[in-house]
Design a binder for this molecule. Sequence first.
Ligand code: NI
Length: 264
Amino acid sequence: MLVDSHCHLDFNDFEDDFEDMLQRAKEQGVTAMLNAGNNVGELDKQLKISEKYPFIYTAAGVHPHNAAEYPDIKAEDFVRYSKHKKVVAIGECGLDYYYDYSPKDMQIRVLKEQVKAAQETGLPLIIHNRESDEDMMSVLDEAYKQKPFCGVIHCFSSSRELAEFALSIGFYISASGMITFNKSNDIREVFADVPLDKLLVETDAPYLAPVPVRGRRNESAFVKYTAEKLAQIKNISFEELAEITSNNFYKLFRKASDKGRYEF
Ligand code: NI
């Protein structure tokens, strides 16, 4: 059993071989997937997929890259989107000062609205953070002091300080294919110290395919390579790691039901 806790299955990258891609995931023991949101304009497409496949959950969110497209979006919009039974989280949302596709002030504003939605609904937040550690910690810290919420730092590639802060407010930390890359020693060192009960694994497909399939289109089946690497880092068996991270997934994303697991 493995869960791909973050992927983008509604992207056109999967148009031509969607069913085969699911079959390959099944063959690798993947039992559920969470299709993260990028742009609420695409939410209908995400929902269609989740309505068809019981084991594919989804999330409603606006990625920081797209923040500028939503100058007026409010927390209540995300609250409304999240009423659908297959929407199990708010996000992905966050800050990305590496690409800086949207102005920082807009990224922060749209993030804060999604944090508010998480506070209101009790649904977990899926956080994207890239080279924006300071602002991320200050936004989350300020909001958390007003009203706690839960979530995950997805595709973790930030500082140890950010990981420690996230853990201090009960967040989970998710490992992507980046942990398999040669140059990712810093990231692996952080994961070595993340408690087992706070770990998730993901692909972020179609991006970031892990070694040994690096450079290819990523897909949920490849989450096994990331899980194998993480098991090595944690010095436990692959089976144990798979079970722990899958259980963690259902602990965090409480609205996702075990009943939705793969039954082909
Ligand atoms: Ni993503």
